[in-house]
Design a protein around this ligand. Sequence first.
Ligand code: KIV
Length: 255
Amino acid sequence: MIAPKVTAQTIRAMKARGEKIAALTAYDFPMTRLLDEAGIPLILVGDSLGMVVLGYPDTTRVTMPEMEHHTRAAARAKPRALLVADLPYQSYQTVESALANGKRLVAAGAEAVKAEGGREILPQVQAIVSSGIPFLGHLGMLPQHVLEEGGYHVKGKNEPEHQALLADAEALAQAGAFAIVLELVTPRVAKELTQRLPLPTIGIGAGPDCDGQILVTPDLLGMLPWYNLKHVKPKLNAAEQMRAVVKEWKESVET
Ligand code: KIV
């Protein structure tokens, strides 16, 4: 039997059924196809693209044309998975720009969009949802704010941050988000949000009690040995294996 296409409603319904959501990022055709063949239900063309593919120091330099280019490549895999694309830095400052750029990502092949923030982007979220584009929220550490915040800091450690996360999450739920990514949120607060919200939470560095987990695929596969991340232990040493194969082939050519 052919498995049906995953939609935003499917992801939302997984919480009600108590099914955990395993989500990963992809930025091109082959990785999207491989993740889809492995049965991953939600694939994100994340703006982590900037760091793990384009070599930028953070995500703030990623542009709309870059997101469109990689979303098109991923969409060519025609995944069964729900394909979500990130609205990049400063592409959703106003309702008009959020709507126009959300539509551009959909035209590139995205089936839902994600943007970072809570109450401060609520009119943009409401406009995106009202236009019929499914919206994935992103709370906690917001990588597009890394320069203002001076680093990647865990959120929810004190009462004001805890209260702000609760209020932001409730606001996104009411605005119609189908799920919320919680990045670097204390496990205690992530668990509380997961229990309180009717929609799924998808954690990254937010403890084991979210409704799902998301990782940046090159981190999971050990493709970026130059970075040392606390929240992910690579399951494969792809960089080491690639170096060894290339070296062996080079030697076979040279001798
Ligand atoms: O850009 C990205 O890959 C993300 C994930 C870390 C959730 O936003």
